[in-house]
Design a binder for this molecule. Structure first.
Ligand code: ADP
Ligand code: ZN
Length: 602
C-alpha cells in the first residue's frame, strides 16, 4: 500500500513526497481506520482524504460547508483527471440528477456534499445504494457549538457512523484548541479514531502587530514596502469600512476590491474570481471572505480591526502563504478595537456563559497583542504547543523595550477614578494633558487634581498606556456606557504604590522595512529565471484559466511556472520531473508549454 499511495501522489497529484503526517494518515484511512486530523491551514489536509479516496474502491463522500471551496476542489481534481463532482444548492435539478446518475454508475472517485444536503433522506438513501469508500468531514470544528463557525447541520453528521458503521471516517480541521477537539470527538462519535495532531506552526508566516495610529496609512506603507505586487487580503469588521478602505487603496493605485455579504452576489463572485484568477489583487473584506478560498499564493493578510479570538486570527492569517513561501500576517490594533469588541460581546444575544467564553477569548487575543515575547511562541502556546523564539516575528526582529510605567499608570488610573469611572480614553487623555475642551469645562474636570498632570507626555504615549492598562486588567471597558473605562480590583495595589507596572514602549517603526528579512522560508527565488518567459507562462496560464473558468493556480502553481522558466525543458517527458505535474497535466498542457518555451530559447 505504501508504494500505491506514493504512486498516486506522484502520478496523479504531481508531488514527489508526502508532507509531515500525510503518509501515516493516508495509510491509516486507506486501510479502513477512522481519523481526526488537526493540521494548520495550508498544511495539506485535502490529500489526506483524496489519496485514500483513490486507493479504496467506491466513491469517497466529502462533507464540506463551503460551496466555493467545493467548486474549486472539484475543478482542481478534474484538472488532475480525477472523477469528482459536487452536490450543493448551486445545481439545478437536471444537474443534480446527472451527478446522482454518475454516483450510482460508480463513475465518481469523489463526491463533495454540503452538510444540509447530506442529511436529507434523499441523499442518505442514495448513499445506501453505493459503497462509500470513506467519509471525509472537512472543517470539522463546525460541529463545535461555541466555536467561531458553528453549523447546526454538522450536529447531524453522527448519523453517518450509525448508518455506515464499516465505512472509515476522517474528520479534518485547522482549529486546534483542546476544547474544540474534545467536542468534535464527542459529537461525531470519533472516540475510537486515531488523532493526528500536526504542529500548528506556520514558519513561513511573519507575524507583526503594530499600534494603530493612522491605520490606513500604516497599511499602505506596509503594502508598498513589503508587497507592492502581491496578492493579499485586508480584513475589516464592518461593510462600510470595507468599502471605504477598498476605494481608498484603489485611489492609491492598488488593485483593491471590496468583498462583503452586503454586496450583490454577482459582484461578489466577480471580485472573488478576479482575486483567484489574476495576479496581485488585494481583496478588502469582512471575515465572510476567505473561508473556502484556497489560493495558495496569498502573500499577506492584514487586519485593520481586531478579530474576536486567537482562533479567528490564526485561521484568517493562515490564509497567507499556503504554498510555503514567505508571507506576512500584519495587524494594526488600538484601544478603540478593544472597546468595540467588548461592546459586541456585551450587546450579544448569547447566554451569560457564551459571553464569558467570548470575553476570555478576547482577553487571550489582547495578551498576544501586548506581549513583548515572541508572537509565535505565544500563539503556539495557546494551541498547547511549546516552541523557541522564532526570529520571524516583529518582537523577535525588533525586541520591544519595556519601561517602568508605574507612575504613568497611577496618573491614568487616578484620572479614571476622579472623573467617576464614566469616560473613555480620549477624554481622560485630554484631562491628563490639561486640554481646554468644552467637555472638560462642562464637567468641571479642569478643577481636578489630575488635570494637566500628564502634560509632559504626548497623546500617543497616553493612548498606549490606557490600552495596556485594559490589556493588563487594571481597567476595563464598561458594560453599559459607551467605551467608558472603569477601575478594577487589580488597580488598587498600583494606586497604593504597592505594585510596579511594566509596559511595552511604543516605538514608531515607520521605516521598518529597513529590518531585512531573515526568512525562514525564502520567497520564490527568481535567480536564473528568464523574466520574459515567466511573464509569457503567466499570460498563458491566465488565458487557460479564463477559458476554463477556473482559478489560475488550478492550472499550475506559481512555483511550477518558475521552475519551467528556470529549467526550460525541451521535451514533454522532462515535465514529469517538475513539481506540480501529474501525468494528466503533462498530457494536457505539455505540448503547448514546450512550444511556448521553445520560442524563448532561440
Ligand atoms: P489545507 O486544506 O490543510 O489548508 P491544502 O490541502 O489546501 O491545505 O494544501 C495546501 C497546499 O499545499 C496546496 O497548494 C497543496 O497543493 C500543497 N501540498 C499539500 N501536500 C503537498 C505535498 N505532499 N507536496 C507538495 N505540495 C503539497
Ligand atoms: Zn518570534
Amino acid at each position: 500500500m505504501r508504494d500505491d499511495a506514493l504512486r498516486v501522489l506522484k502520478d496523479v497529484f504531481g508531488h514527489a513526497a508526502f508532507r509531515g503526517a500525510q503518509r501515516e494518515i493516508v495509510e491509516h484511512v486507506a486501510g479502513g481506520g477512522d481519523a481526526l486530523v488537526l493540521m494548520p491551514t495550508g498544511g495539506g489536509k485535502s490529500l489526506c482524504y483524496q489519496v485514500p479516496a483513490l486507493l479504496r474502491p467506491g466513491t469517497a463522500v466529502v462533507v464540506s460547508p463551503l460551496i466555493a471551496l467545493m467548486q474549486d476542489q472539484v475543478a482542481a481534481l478534474t484538472q488532475l483527471g480525477v472523477r469528482a463532482a459536487f452536490l450543493n444548492s448551486t445545481l439545478d435539478l437536471e444537474q443534480v440528477r446527472e451527478v446522482e446518475r454518475s454516483l450510482l454508475d460508480g463513475s465518481l472517485d469523489l463526491l463533495y456534499v454540503a452538510p444540509e444536503r447530506l442529511n436529507t433522506p434523499r441523499c442518505l438513501d442514495l448513499l445506501s445504494h453505493i459503497r462509500p469508500a470513506l467519509f471525509a468531514i472537512d472543517e470539522a470544528h463546525c460541529v463545535a457549538q461555541w466555536g467561531h463557525d458553528f453549523r447546526p447541520e454538522y450536529l447531524q453528521l453522527s448519523v453517518l457512523h450509525e448508518r455506515f458503521p464499516d465505512v472509515p471516517r476522517i474528520a479534518l480541521t485547522a482549529t486546534a484548541d483542546p476544547a474544540t477537539r474534545a467536542e468534535i470527538i464527542e459529537r461525531l462519535a470519533l472516540q475510537d479514531s486515531r488523532v493526528f495532531v500536526s504542529s500548528f506552526d506556520r514558519p513561513n508566516i511573519r507575524y507583526t502587530i503594530v499600534d494603530k495610529d493612522d491605520a490606513r496609512k500604516q497599511l499602505l506603507r506596509f503594502i508598498r514596502n513589503e508587497h507592492p505586487d502581491d496578492a493579499g487580503i485586508v480584513y475589516c469588521l464592518s461593510r462600510k469600512k470595507v468599502d471605504e478602505t477598498a476605494e481608498w487603496l484603489a485611489a492609491q493605485g492598488l488593485r483593491a476590491l471590496p468583498y462583503h455579504a452586503g454586496m450583490d452576489a454577482p459582484t461578489r463572485a466577480a471580485h472573488q474570481a478576479r482575486f483567484q484568477r489574476e495576479d496581485s489583487v488585494i481583496v478588502v473584506a469582512t471575515i465572510a471572505f476567505g473561508m473556502g478560498i484556497d489560493k495558495p499564493d496569498v502573500r499577506f493578510v492584514a487586519h485593520l480591526d481586531l478579530p474576536r479570538s486567537i482562533e479567528g486570527y490564526y485561521q484568517e492569517t493562515g490564509r497567507a502563504g499556503r504554498d510555503g513561501a514567505a508571507a506576512d500576517a500584519w495587524m494594526a490594533y488600538g484601544l478603540a478595537d478593544v472597546v468595540q469588541q467588548r461592546r459586541f460581546i456585551d450587546q450579544s444575544e448569547g447566554s451569560e456563559a457564551f459571553r464569558r467564553v467570548s470575553s476570555s477569548k478576547l482577553d487571550a487575543l489582547l495578551g498576544l497583542c501586548e506581549t513583548a515575547q515572541c508572537r509565535r511562541v505565544h500563539l503556539l502556546a495557546y494551541f498547547g504547543e511549546q516552541g523557541e523564539p522564532c526570529g520571524n516575528c516583529d518582537n523577535c526582529l525588533n525586541p520591544p523595550e519595556t519601561w517602568d510605567a508605574t507612575v504613568a499608570s497611577q496618573k491614568s488610573l487616578s484620572a479614571i477614578y476622579r472623573t467617576g469611572n464614566r469616560f473613555g480614553a480620549t477624554h481622560l487623555i485630554d484631562v491628563l494633558r490639561g486640554k481646554d475642551t468644552e467637555r472638560i469645562r462642562q464637567w468641571g474636570h479642569d478643577k481636578l487634581s489630575v488635570y494637566g498632570i500628564g502634560k509632559a507626555e504626548d497623546e500617543h504615549l497616553w493612548r498606549s498606556v490606557f490600552r495596556q492598562l485594559v490589556a493588563l486588567g487594571l481597567a476595563r471597558v464598561d458594560h453599559e456606557s459607551f467605551g467608558a473605562l472603569v477601575l478594577t480590583e487589580a488597580a488598587r495595589p498600583v494606586l497604593r504604590g504597592e505594585q510596579k507596572v511594566m509596559m511595552r514602549r511604543i516605538v514608531e517603526r515607520t521605516k521598518d522595512s529597513a529590518v531585512r528579512r531573515t526568512r525562514s522560508a525564502a520567497p520564490l527565488s527568481l535567480e536564473g529565471v528568464d523574466a520574459g518567459l515567466l511573464a509569457a507562462l503567466k499570460a498563458w496560464r491566465l488565458e487557460e484559466a479564463r477559458t476554463q473558468s477556473v482559478p489560475a493556480y488550478v492550472i499550475l502553481h506559481d512555483s511550477t511556472l518558475v521552475e519551467l522558466a528556470r529549467s526550460c525543458p525541451t521535451e514533454t517527458d522532462e515535465l514529469a520531473d517538475i513539481a506540480g505535474f501529474g501525468s494528466r497535466k503533462v498530457e494536457r498542457y505539455g505540448d503547448a508549454l514546450i512550444e511556448l518555451i521553445s520560442g524563448f530559447r532561440s
